[in-house]
Design a protein around this ligand. Structure first.
Ligand code: MN
Length: 743
């Protein structure tokens, strides 16, 4: 038989074929609604039907049927599943926004907020494209769909829509059948399961399985039927024995038996790598009774009559499944050793198992009302203990939502991949999430087609296309608005690496200058010769060596010394030595001052000086470090130098700011990042002077390629407050991007 015929033959058995005479009409839906909602507003329903008919008029489905047959079928599925009036009406109208250009506003005005929101959600989900079978992607899609279903009725309408589309999938080309069936299996079947709607789940799963593997489906169906025909008599006999046992003990209950789903049998056969003969529980008995007490009573009676297989006794009444399924399961060894499974539950539990979330509430005049009574509501109460009985239904939905809806935000790439981000994440966070290099170059994005800046906050479900520029680079300021820690870390890394590479450049220049001064030919000091000396100098890499010089942790003289032949050494004091001696003088000055400025805890006469590397200012948190022969160096507590893993922590001491002279000032280094414009340097230096601050050093350079300027300043400040005021003044200058204190 051809594939197509195999498929159609199997399909005919599970999907009602509608002839011209049995075609669904409005009256069919109305009578279904009336079965469950006796006082339903039929005028509302009929108006919704007519509105849909009018707008879909003239549209045709692939099958050649009028398009409106589809919304009618969806409304019918919803009505037979006992859904409320608004949801059924939404079935009629679920495609009018997408296919007929009806506005949401019009729907809202005519049919109310609730219906409009359902249709809006269904339309949005329709635009989600599933492309990837990766488990994590599939999970993300499911979350995405749930997130769009603010009202769980959105999901129910979507499932009904998918169910009807699956029933009519054979009109589409084979390729599309497989794509849609795969999407159904990966996304919608688990969703239906998650909200406990097993009737939807089983039907969708069966159809998806059939479309995915028609031949396998047919083969399993054939085998199951053959085996069932052979076992029928035995099953009937067992059923009779169960009924007799229950009657004997005066227990009122219904006993049914059924073949399990073909797909679950197929999965088990694949997992156990066996034929159907290896699957003994291909069918199961189901016993429905009135009370929980009866359920346990029945279990006890069955175990008295047949031997239960211990590992297979499951109490889902005491511990419901996450989707709130409740039942007792047991597998009993039959008289001829053939085991059979029995599921025992109350009628209410059964209804919940079949209808899931849809069984739990109904809407009356727009108000959410629980359908549950008696033990049903008792059970709900158990679920949300100590709650007002009036609100249990709401709470139930909230508890489901709580599990389903995550604290995550899901957004799309232009290719339809889903990315999970923290709520509040910005365009820049998104870009860094995709790729570090992309983040560095990001200047903005098109979000759902609208251009926005890097700071724009993203929202669930948006499609984000990042815009980049070659000349873009991260700045300190970016740290102030990104919300994800990974973006923050990536920006920091970049900034640090730039600082490092700058210090390497400076270090190399100073080193080479020093060699020149000592008349050492540069050619004789190759990277290789430097590398050979690295161990001796206790550096791992040449870059670290240069960087140490650039950062001032190693004087150029000391660095160059090992490379200067003895005959050239110490003929003249190097500039480095001159500088060192000048530095010492300055330090001595500071030391004299600082005797009053900084106090070492518990010590009176110890020499104290302010460390040059971080130049602390009165008000900074400070830590002392005993230097050999020089006294106590006072560092800012956050100074890099103190974070050196090789630091001798024994030498750290507590220090405090002492009484300050009115005149005492501190040198501090700041960097001003600016736009490169005429007059910028003058504006900055004027502003510093105007704020009564002395400038000790001033060095400006511009980065031509990037049209930015960097101004390094050494200024005298009296305190941290003084520095803060200065920083604020500078930040107000037009064109100043940021002002930072150098460490
Ligand atoms: Mn549809």
């Amino acid at each position: 038989m051809e594939l197509k015929d195999t498929l159609l033959k199997a399909l005919r058995k599970i999907v009602p074929t509608r002839t011209k005479d049995s075609i669904l009409r409005y009256e069919d839906i109305q009578s279904e609604v009336l079965k469950n909602h006796k006082d339903a507003d039929l005028n509302y329903l009929a108006t919704a039907y007519a509105f849909g008919a009018q707008h879909h008029h003239g549209q045709v489905r692939k099958s050649g049927e009028p398009y409106y047959s589809h919304p009618i079928a969806v409304a019918h599925i919803l009505a037979t599943n006992k859904l409320d009036l608004e949801t059924v009406a939404a079935g009629f109208l679920h495609d009018v926004v997408e296919d007929c250009d009806v506005s949401l506003q019009e729907l809202q005005e005519r049919f109310g907020e609730g219906l409009a929101q359902i249709v809006d959600g269904v339309t949005k989900i329709g635009k989600v494209r599933y492309r990837d079978k990766l488990d994590s992607q599939a999970e993300s899609y499911r979350k995405m769909i749930l997130a769009m279903s603010n009202d769980l009725r959105v999901l129910i309408v979507k499932l009904a829509d998918r169910l009807h589309n699956m029933q009519t999938l054979h009109h589409l080309p084979r390729e599309k059948q497989i794509r849609i069936a795969t999407e159904t299996m990966d996304i919608y079947v688990p969703l239906a399961h998650r909200v406990g709607m097993s009737n939807f789940k089983l039907f969708l799963e069966k159809l998806a399985f059939l479309y995915q593997e028609p031949e396998v489906y047919e083969e399993i169906e054939k085998q199951v039927n053959e085996r069932h025909n052979r076992a029928k008599a035995k099953i009937a006999a067992t059923e009779k024995q169960i009924k007799a046992l229950l009657a004997e003990h005066g227990i009122k209950a219904e006993v049914h038996s059924r073949i399990k789903s073909l797909y679950s049998i197929h999965k088990k056969m694949k997992k156990k790598k066996t034929g159907l003969d290896g699957i003994y529980d291909y069918y199961a008995f189901r016993i429905l009774t009135d009370s929980v007490a009866d359920c346990y009573n029945i279990l006890g009676r069955l175990h008295g009559r047949w031997h239960p297989i211990p590992a297979r006794i499951k109490d889902f009444i005491a511990t419901p499944k996450p989707n709130l399924y409740q039942s007792l399961h047991t597998t009993l060894a039959g008289s001829e050793g053939q085991p059979f499974e029995v599921q025992i539950r109350t009628h209410t539990m059964h209804r919940i198992a079949e209808e899931g979330v849809a069984a739990h509430w109904t809407y009356k005049q727009g108000k959410l009302v629980s359908l549950g009574r008696d033990q049903h509501s008792k059970w709900l109460k158990k679920l949300v203990t100590e709650q007002d009985p009036e609100t249990t239904s709401n709470d139930y939905i909230e508890s489901i939502k709580g599990e389903l809806f995550t604290e995550e935000m899901l957004v799309f790439t232009p290719r339809g991949e889903i990315k999970t981000l923290k709520p509040g994440a910005t365009v820049l966070d998104f870009a860094y999430h995709i790729h570090t290099e992309l983040g560095h170059k990001t200047t903005g994005a098109r979000v759902d087609g609208v251009q926005v800046g890097i700071r724009a906050e993203l929202k669930n479900g948006q499609t984000v296309e990042v815009i980049t520029s070659k000349s873009q680079k991260p700045t300190e300021e970016w740290l102030s608005f990104v919300v994800t820690s990974s973006a923050r870390a990536k920006i920091r890394n970049w900034l640090n690496s730039v600082k490092k590479s700058e210090s390497i450049d400076i270090g190399r220049t100073l080193f080479e200058k020093e060699l020149k001064k000592a008349k050492v030919p540069l050619k004789s000091v190759t990277t290789k010769t430097i590398q050979e000396k690295m161990k001796e100098l206790s550096f791992k890499k040449v870059d670290d060596f240069y960087s140490a010089i650039g950062l001032g942790n190693l004087t150029p003289r000391k660095a160059a010394l090992p490379f200067i032949p003895e005959e050239l050494q110490q003929k003249t004091p190097s500039s480095g030595e001159v500088r060192e001696s000048r530095l010492r003088k300055a330090l001595n000055n500071l030391t004299r001052q600082s005797k009053q400025q900084v106090v070492v805890k518990g010590q009176n006469d110890i020499l104290v000086y302010l460390a040059q590397c971080c130049s602390p200012i009165e008000g900074d948190k400070i830590t002392g470090f005993i230097t050999l022969g020089k006294g106590v160096a006072v560092h800012r507590s956050d100074c890099k130098m103190l974070k050196d893993p090789n630091l001798d922590v024994e030498r750290l001491v507590e220090v405090q700011w002492g009484h300050l002279d009115k005149e005492s000032v501190f040198n501090t280094r700041i960097v001003v990042y600016t736009e490169d414009r005429r007059g910028m340097i003058a504006d900055v230096s004027n502003a510093v002077t105007a704020s009564k601050t002395n400038i000790k050093d001033f060095n400006a350079r511009s980065d031509d390629g990037k049209h930015t300027g960097i101004i390094h300043l050494v200024v005298e400040v009296a305190s941290l407050d003084h520095l803060k005021r200065l920083t604020q003044t500078l930040e107000k200058i037009k064109g100043v991007i940021s002002v930072e204190r150098e460490n």
